[in-house]
Design a protein around this ligand. Structure first.
Ligand code: ASP
Length: 329
């Protein structure tokens, strides 16, 4: 039987109403189950620490648990691919750092496009790095480190969290400035790399202050310098690498929060509001300050600020990486 015009119009009207209502109700109910916050590196490392610190207050604002999940490997790119391909419903989001901007130049076959596959939620925190050695490493200061590394380059090992990790980038800048190539050992995050540094299985590691400040203060590792142009308030006696001759050595690890492309705007707004509240939480602020890290001002906790920063950082690191000739197939 052929449907008449009235039946077709009625069916269309019902379908339109259902279509209009479904996303709206889904968005006002969101979140009605836990949200997964994907971290690209191992538990116990600095990125994991930032994620766990914001997950609790974000969960409070959202009225649902924010579960941190470590999706490790390939310098953070496996996590990037996971979230790029996740359902765009706000239940899977990504915390990543500066590595999001180096991956396109480092990986010839990157399974995601940082500029096309994500919605941007906001910047989070800026974290300096420190250049460290195992406690019993022979060099006692930066001058001695330079001399020792040059004379013993075949037996010195440098740990990192894989190609694309900031520990990799920092190590690379260090090696290129002193003109040596060390034996680099990749880990799934600097959490496990730090365990091996503490255990004496590797010699050197560059890592964020979010995990290194307590180790330095307790004398469990040797420190040679910080990667900012100014000394850090939490480590006032530790010179910058810049002031010790590595002119312009500056790595500040910025972080961003991302969702899969196509996540509905109202959901993104809720995640952004929860992030903003978390970054204003006095406990989060204090903990970050104690670890010499800066929670970004609220005007950076916006989708536009994160996107603009990411674009600028891709443009900044791309040529440096290309010049260094480092990439993964
Ligand atoms: N610090 C790490 C990096 O080098 C990652 C981590 O484990 O958080 O990128």
């Amino acid at each position: 039987m052929k449907p008449n015009l009235k039946t077709v119009l009625a069916a269309t009207f019902i379908a339109l109403c259902a279509g209009a209502l479904a996303p709206a109700s889904a968005q006002t109910d969101w979140p009605d189950k836990p949200v997964t916050l994907v971290v690209p590196f191992a538990a116990g490392g600095p990125t994991d620490l930032v994620a766990r610190l914001i997950a609790v207050p974000m969960g409070k604002s959202l009225g649902q648990t924010v579960l941190v999940e470590n999706t490790v490997g390939a310098g953070g790119t496996i996590a990037g691919a996971r979230v790029a391909k996740a359902a765009p419903n706000g239940y899977t989001i990504l915390l990543h750092h500066l590595g999001m901007s180096t991956a396109p130049a480092l990986y010839k076959k990157l399974a995601f496009d940082p500029l096309k596959d994500f919605e941007y939620i906001g910047q989070v925190v800026d974290v300096p790095m420190t250049l460290l050695a195992r406690k019993d490493f022979p060099a006692n200061n930066f001058k001695e480190l330079e001399a020792y590394v040059r004379a013993n380059k075949d037996k010195v090992s440098l740990a990192n969290a894989g190609l694309g990790a900031v520990s990799h980038l920092c190590g690379l800048l260090f090696m290129s400035q002193i003109g040596v190539d060390l034996n680099t050992i990749p880990y799934k995050g600097t959490g496990p790399a730090m365990n091996d540094l503490l255990g004496g299985q590797v010699d050197l590691l560059c890592d964020q202050t979010t995990t290194t400040v307590p180790m330095i203060k307790d004398g469990r590792v040797k420190v040679y310098g910080v990667t900012t142009l100014k000394r850090l308030s939490a480590l006032p006696n530790v010179p910058t690498l810049d002031e010790q001759g590595m002119k312009g050595f500056e790595v500040k690890v910025w972080h961003g929060l991302y969702a899969p492309k196509g996540t509905p705007r109202p959901v993104l707004e809720k995640i952004n509001a929860a992030l903003r509240a978390a970054l204003q939480d006095p406990m989060v602020k204090q903990r970050m300050t104690d670890l010499s890290s800066d929670v970004v001002p609220l005007d950076k906790v916006t989708p536009a600020a994160l996107k603009t920063h990411l674009e600028a950082e891709i443009a900044r690191w791309g040529p440096i990486i290309q010049k260094a000739g480092i990439y993964a197939d």
